[in-house]
Design a protein around this ligand. Structure first.
Ligand code: IMP
Ligand code: MG
Length: 176
């Protein structure tokens, strides 16, 4: 069943995103001074955010990626999460920061936090560009948050709807 998109509304401009990304990068650079953290980007959605964030972080760090797939309807995830690509760097004893595009219901991050925690990192924190509150079912501790909003299906800056709109430089809400 095709979902009709009626339009899109600008929610965060390039400038707003750039300001937020540089503020987050400053906080991360301060907090992880001397710790050589590993930043783990969650594919695919976080690719643009991670790329911009890492260019503003002023301390040494490493980058790795995970990829998760969730099953169900197209605009929300079910509880069924599958890891389709794991990290490749050794995690045990390392300071780890997961970098995600958006936290919605919370299933994806709960799964990932448990998955990475099981590898025995020295510390584990989470950075999410967007914290979307209305549908949250699982409590997720987010250490670094870009924007908080209640609801709306967002696209652009890495976020997609059926793999469309990821490359937009701004963030929009889709109108269905
Ligand atoms: P959840 O927290 O388990 O619901 O899943 C979060 C994941 O669902 C994110 O990593 C996104 O891939 C996707 N997602 C949730 N809300 C949105 C949205 O507004 N736009 C695009 N993807 C979203
Ligand atoms: Mg995602």
């Amino acid at each position: 069943m095709a979902v009709e998109i009626k339009g899109k509304r600008l929610v965060f401009t390039r400038e707003q995103i750039a300001d937020k990304v540089s503020t987050l990068a400053q906080q991360i650079s301060q907090d992880y001074q001397g710790k050589n953290p590993i930043l783990i980007g969650v594919l695919k959605g976080a690719f643009m955010f991670l790329a911009d964030l890492t260019r503003h972080i002023s301390i040494p760090f490493k980058i790795d990626f995970v990829r998760v797939a969730s099953y169900g309807a197209k605009d929300y995830s079910t509880g069924e999460i599958k890891l389709t690509k794991d990290v490749e760097l050794p995690i045990k004893g390392e300071h780890v920061l997961i970098v995600e595009d958006i936290v919605d219901i919370g299933y994806t991050l709960r799964f990932l936090l448990d998955h990475i925690a099981a590898k025995g990192p020295k510390s584990l924190k989470l950075c999410a560009l967007i914290n979307k509150l209305e549908r949250r079912k699982v409590e997720i501790p987010i250490d670094y948050v870009g924007f908080t909003l209640d609801k709306g299906f967002l696209v652009g800056y890495g976020l997609d709807f059926n793999e469309m709109f990821r490359c937009l430089p701004e963030i929009y809400e889709l109108i269905f």
